[in-house]
Design a protein around this ligand. Structure first.
Ligand SMILES: [Mn+2]
Length: 321
């Protein structure tokens, strides 16, 4: 594919669309807003922003997201000069919105997933970056684009959430340097932290307490697990993703080596999220056609809850706990 330069391409494009991924997180949303504002400020063109699913409540503090529209509000026959995907690891992460990407005259991908391998005319993929927000910061620097306080806030949110609050092993010296530059540009760490991590509903806290109370343990508490049924989720009805962070809570226990969460999707069908401190849980979930990383992996099992737990425990015990 012919090499294109981002600056010239933006200048040539009359209409630009930025697409975030399904089940959006802080990185894809912060990156989308930042990219929109960077282009708007620098080129006086206002890209449109597309959501594939609802914005989690915790990210509504990013005011610019009010301009984002859901996929269903777009005219499918529309052809954009430029379509930019942010934090989209694979094209199935934008679901039916792929048609907009396929038709685009200039396709741009900005991402930090090492496995990113779809076609684009312009690609900024940095596997070693903590987040797409970090990649966008570098694009802005390299192009001499200015970063105002709103852009800084969006990029800081992207980096903060993808590094789990600067705790995960993707937090590099560069990540912290960029975060520092963003604070200088006007991002307020305490305010952003409060919005991302301290705005849970009462139902959310009570649901998590309820789940932790009925956690199961095996192998001298080296394995900890929770089963969440549809009826539980309905009972605590909430707009929040009630299971968010739950499996990490179990992992944080000193004795835990492997933690997993079984979430009922349908009768005899469970989505498994597995975390570990040392062992490779991607190897465990691969047995059940799942995928993921060494310390965080998942799969779907089609058995009763008891059978799922039994099968998973058997596989986990094969590892060197
Ligand atoms: Mn990301």
């Amino acid at each position: 594919m012919e090499y294109l330069n981002l600056d010239d391409s933006i200048k040539l494009s009359k209409n630009i669309l930025i697409i975030s991924h399904v089940n959006p997180d802080g990185d894809t949303l912060g990156s989308m807003v930042a990219m929109r504002d960077l282009i708007y400020k620098q080129y006086k063109k206002k890209p449109e922003m597309m959501l594939i699913s609802k914005i989690p409540k915790m990210y509504e503090f990013l005011n610019e997201l009010k301009d984002a529209k859901h996929f269903s509000q777009f005219d499918n026959s529309m052809v954009y000069d430029m379509v930019i995907l942010v934090d989209v690891a694979a094209l199935d992460r934008i679901c039916d919105a792929q048609i907009f990407y396929e038709k685009a005259k200039i396709k741009v991908a900005i991402d930090h997933h090492k496995t990113n391998n779809y076609d684009a005319n312009i690609k900024f993929v940095k596997g070693e970056a903590s987040s797409t927000g970090e990649v966008i910061y570098e694009i802005a620097q390299n192009h001499g684009w200015s970063i105002d306080d709103k852009i800084a806030e969006a990029l800081y949110t992207a980096i903060l959430t993808d590094t789990g609050g600067f705790r995960f092993d993707n937090t590099s010296a560069l990540t912290l340097k960029i975060a520092s530059k963003l604070v200088e540009a006007g991002a307020k760490p305490q305010w952003i932290y409060k919005n991302c991590y301290e705005m849970k509903s009462k139902n959310f806290i009570m649901f998590q307490a309820y789940c932790l109370n009925k956690a199961g343990f095996a192998e001298n508490d080296k394995i900890a697990y929770i089963t969440v049924y549809k009826k539980d989720l309905e009972k605590f009805a909430s707009e929040d993703d009630l299971t968010e962070g739950l499996v990490e809570k179990l992992r944080s226990m000193d004795s835990t080596e492997v933690a997993f969460l079984l979430k009922e999707i349908d009768n005899k069908m469970f989505k498994v999220s597995m975390r570990s401190k040392n062992i490779d849980v991607a190897e465990v979930t691969a047995v059940f056609n799942g995928g993921g990383h060494k310390f965080a992996a998942g799969c779907v099992l089609k058995y009763s809850a008891d059978e799922c737990v039994k099968k998973l425990l058997t596989e986990i015990k094969k590892q060197d706990l």
